[in-house]
Design a protein around this ligand. Structure first.
Ligand SMILES: [Mg+2]
Length: 374
């Protein structure tokens, strides 16, 4: 089997974070400008992938990733056997960075491999180690204290058992007041986590930790700047709450450095930022060897990348989803979809698609309607 063409389609999908007006000082996305990838072969089999990079996460953009794929990635793969996933991804190694673009390509390669074997992606990754229904944590954006608490109440009523509050945007007192009200609203049994997206100083994070502990927060995600692993380690040393690293970890080398510095209890993984599933599995294994647990994170993936993430979560024992509910919330927040079989989110859980490869099929007419208009 040989790759005959790699094509891209830019699509723009609205995002509704379901919490009203967000104080957007950090560039939260309200439209996802994505790139859908089609890898075609001489057998007629086709694989689909998604690039959901964004300037704030990895410096990637829709136009940039399209250009990179067409000019730098695709030419290295034409004529190759797409089922040699690792070989194909090795050929892209000389292109620096751009993890989301590479992950999109790899997703499509795995989709072809799965379809050629009539096997779902999770089987290719070692097979299911847990239920296909994955618990989600609902992230509440930086809205006012009352709005934060009422969104939390609403989501718990919808069945979510973990609420994640985005903090680090405002004066520390404002964040703490939001957490206090949320805990009061949801009661003691619902799991509560916070994600500062690197927005706190080391001192603020250390000051916040005992108060968060008082409100029964389970862990603090990315309290300080992504490049400050020493700062992350200081927060961890001086806080009793577990620390999760997210934006700090893109490459396996990042994970190794984080482990060496004892900077995190938990590492949030997502195939996009790591450049694909193979790198993600490598990071998960590094973490497992070091006694660090992983959680499945998110860069607000759409239909295709969310499927890849669900398969990975099902197949990786060290993604402790029973303990750290999945950030797989793209299917929930994107207001438009192009799947022939829609996502099922019931009682705060999302079902992993079944069927060969990614296990999804795109409605091509719908997809064409979603094409980005410049
Ligand atoms: Mg995060």
């Amino acid at each position: 089997m040989k790759i005959t063409s790699i094509e891209t389609l830019p699509v723009s999908i609205g995002v509704d974070r379901r919490v009203g007006q967000v104080h957007d000082t950090k560039g939260f996305r309200f439209t996802s400008h994505l790139t859908v990838i089609f890898i075609r072969t001489d057998t007629g089999l086709e694989g689909i992938g998604e690039v959901n990079g964004s300037a704030d996460w990895s410096g990637e953009t829709q136009i940039g990733s399209q250009a990179l794929i067409e000019q730098n990635l695709a030419p290295r793969l034409i004529g190759e056997d797409p089922r040699r996933t690792r070989h194909c991804m090795d050929k892209l190694k000389s292109v620096f960075a751009n993890p989301f673009a590479k992950a999109g390509i790899e997703m499509a390669l795995f989709d072809i491999l799965g379809k050629s074997l009539q096997a779902p992606l999770h089987q290719l990754l070692g097979g299911a180690v847990r239920s296909f229904d994955l618990p989600l944590r609902f992230p509440i954006m930086p809205v006012g204290p009352q709005e934060t608490a009422s969104a939390a109440t609403r989501m718990v009523a919808e069945g979510f058992r973990t609420i994640k509050v985005k903090v680090g945007q405002d004066p520390l007192q404002f964040d703490l007041e939001r957490i206090r009200l949320v805990r009061e609203a949801i009661g003691p049994d619902v799991r509560l986590t916070v994600d500062a997206n690197g927005g706190w100083s080391v001192n603020d994070a250390i000051r916040a930790a005992p108060r968060l502990e008082e409100y029964g927060v389970a862990f603090i995600e990315q309290p300080v700047h992504r490049l400050d692993l020493d700062g992350l380690a200081r927060v961890r040393q001086q806080s009793r709450l577990p620390i999760m690293a997210d934006e700090s970890i893109f490459t396996p080398q990042d994970a190794l450095n984080c482990i060496r510095k004892d900077a995190a209890d938990i590492i949030s993984v997502c195939p996009g930022k790591h450049g694909g599933l193979l790198n993600t599995m490598a990071i998960i294994s590094l973490c497992e060897a070091a006694g660090v647990q992983c959680a499945i994170g998110s860069n607000l993936e759409w239909d295709i990348a969310s499927a890849a993430m669900a398969h990975l979560t099902v197949a990786a024992p060290n993604i402790a989803v029973e303990r750290y509910a999945a950030d797989l919330i793209g299917p929930l927040f994107h207001v438009e979809h192009a799947l022939t079989t829609p996502w099922e989110v019931v009682d705060g859980q999302i079902s992993t698609p079944q069927g060969p490869g990614l296990g999804i099929e795109l409605d091509r007419d719908r997809l064409a309607e979603l094409r980005t208009v410049n």
